[in-house]
Design a binder for this molecule. Sequence first.
Ligand SMILES: Nc1ncnc2c1ncn2[C@@H]1O[C@H](COP(=O)(O)OP(=O)(O)OP(=O)(O)O)[C@@H](O)[C@H]1O
Ligand SMILES: [Mg+2]
Length: 435
Amino acid sequence: MTRPFHATGVSIDTRTLQTGDLFVALATESGDGHAHVAAAMAKGAAGALVHRQHDMPEDAPLIVVGDTLVGLTALGAAARERFSGSVIAVTGSVGKTTTKEMLRAILSATGPTHAAVASYNNQWGVPLTLARTPPEADFCVVEIGMNHAGEIAPLSRLAGPDVAVITAVEPAHIGHLGSLEAIADEKASIAQGVLKGGTLVIPADGPMAPRLRAAARNLRVLTFGAENLLLVLEDCDGTDVTADIAGTQQAFRVGAPGRHMVMNAVAALTAASAVGADLQAGAQALAGFAPLGGRGTRRAILGGEAILLDESYNASSASVRAALAVLKLTPARRRIAVLGDMLELGAYSRAEHERLAEALRGSADLLYCCGHFMKFLYDATPADHRGAYAPDSEALGPHVARALRPGDAILVKGSLGSRMRVIVDALCNTSRGAG
Ligand SMILES: Nc1ncnc2c1ncn2[C@@H]1O[C@H](COP(=O)(O)OP(=O)(O)OP(=O)(O)O)[C@@H](O)[C@H]1O
Ligand SMILES: [Mg+2]
């Protein structure tokens, strides 16, 4: 029999565990938490949730369950039940984490707000976010993601959101789902978990809008899109916006550049309007919003004489277009795009890569590419715009570093699996005259 204990938080990772946390020993692809229970206890865990008892430190207070993921899900459900604030769930093909972080900023201007860490949006990320929600918070923002059909609805039911936001329907992970319609249906399945009388916030623009609206059934629907924008003044640091948010006019600045950030901001403000937040105060908080790591982070390189846009976190067609638009906004003598493969596009891979040629025209003077699929884009690019092609980022890095000149603005982007971070690191270590 384990002695009773009291936990003040929930952790699944000893590297970030806080004293007093309940350590949940999850078994995932990246490892088995049961091997880290001793380390968790040494770091001050109050106890551990486990489904295996052998090799456990003596005296460690344990809660033994059949499956720790099921246990964590039950914890999440219990936390949701006791929570009397508003829950907002965010899904979409791109912009989930950005919109979730904007909501954190917006809602914090009204009251205590709890939000998911990083992109914690899957079978363990959603229950973990819920389980950690302080009962006294006013708002909880969860991110819900998917790789395969059928994943969003159960997570939405667990979260029981008052408001759900679909940021965008775009061909990301389309390799797993097969069509844009299937992606729209999967995103729209978030509606199944929204509480009775709740609100679904959907993009008004794009061919899938009617499909999303139809899925809302008897929920209240709010839309966001170009129709909300009254005035937009873009620069390379951010955008001054005047927008109609749920019938009120809001003037604010978004501290991250690009039209895509404006759309995320309008989506977040629209969702915030549905939970009675102070929109004016919330909108002002967006001025301090900077791009998240690897999603447009701007760095001075070459001793301050060139600019790097670090987009190495991820890439899909929509986000590459968005990043190219920001590159275009960036003052420079020469603009360079360094692109690695967009993954998980299945049968759409070749066409989606080739189609970027149009967006490249007018945004980049030179293109450097790596990866199997980017070869198609490289070959579709006029010869005088081609920098170099290499099979992978390690091989491409030196070409890019050698080409770098004062006055350059250089965008580095690709799916995480394309490992474009290697090139970002190489460029950050390139000094003037390296070529
Ligand atoms: N509305 C948008 N339209 C196009 N691109 C966007 C939009 N919002 C963010 N992006 C870009 O998409 C990429 C991913 O952004 P973000 O992390 O916010 O999305 P996500 O949906 O949470 O991704 P993930 O599926 O990896 O969790 C970044 O490069 C970001 O700049
Ligand atoms: Mg995310």
